[in-house]
Design a protein around this ligand. Structure first.
Ligand code: TYD
Length: 208
């Protein structure tokens, strides 16, 4: 049996990833693929507990503690969910993965990127997603979209400058890994974004 594909979704808060995630899972299932939908931080019992700590607005933590928790949750996620699913031949679609650590902790919190690279190497070796869809929106649009949905978590309550650094770090990664990371302009109407996602998936995975 062949190994499944690993697809990750990225973007600043309010980019519309969650809506796209459900749509992508449905799209893949219609093409006969077994899909595992998951998320980071989280995706496992232990990881979801770490997520609760990471998003808790009542807690403060050192930026490097935040990094270590993100990668600890990721180690668990790879071991318990991602690797077994791919080995079964399932496809895994994850709402965020390591690019988020480079964007939020590296960009937003300004943690030294060499430290992040060392942890990446430690936790996942050379393993990378087959495809990363980066949903790009301006910080203003992201904030507008998150404002009304639910109470802000520990990241969503950050200032505009934090998200500007986060978005800039994502854009740097898009330039650095053009083969893997595909930028989708997510400021457009939902239908247009779906079409862009569909075209990317078709070309990469389903063209005869
Ligand atoms: P998010 O994926 O946006 O979930 P929801 O749609 O439920 O708000 O929330 C997860 C938050 O975690 C998000 O603000 C980004 C942050 N995050 C990091 O800072 N670093 C990481 O490595 C990951 C995976 C997420």
């Amino acid at each position: 049996m062949s190994q499944g594909k690993f697809i990750t979704l990225e973007g600043i808060d309010g980019a519309g990833k969650s809506t796209q995630l459900a749509w992508i899972a449905d799209f893949l299932q219609r093409r006969g693929v077994n899909v595992v939908v998951t998320r980071e931080p989280g995706g496992t019992q232990l990881g979801e507990k770490m997520r609760a700590l990471l998003l808790d607005t009542r807690l403060t933590m050192h930026p490097e503690t935040e990094v270590l928790l993100m990668f600890a949750a990721r180690r668990e996620h790879l071991d318990k969910v991602i690797f077994p699913a791919l080995a079964r031949g399932d496809w895994v679609v994850s709402d965020r993965f390591t690019d988020a650590s480079f964007a939020y902790q590296g960009g937003g919190r300004q943690v030294n990127s060499t430290k992040l690279e060392n942890l990446e190497q430690w936790v996942q070796g050379v393993f990378q997603p087959d495809l990363t869809l980066y949903f790009d929106v301006s910080v203003a649009l992201g904030q507008q979209r998150t404002a009304s949905i639910k109470p802000a978590d520990r990241f969503e309550q950050e200032q505009t400058e934090f998200f500007q650094r986060t978005r800039a770090a994502y854009l740097t990664r898009v330039e650095k890994y053009p083969e893997r990371i595909h930028l989708i302009d997510a400021s457009r109407p939902l239908q247009k974004v779906h079409e862009a996602v569909r075209d990317t998936l078709e070309i990469l995975f389903f063209q005869k």
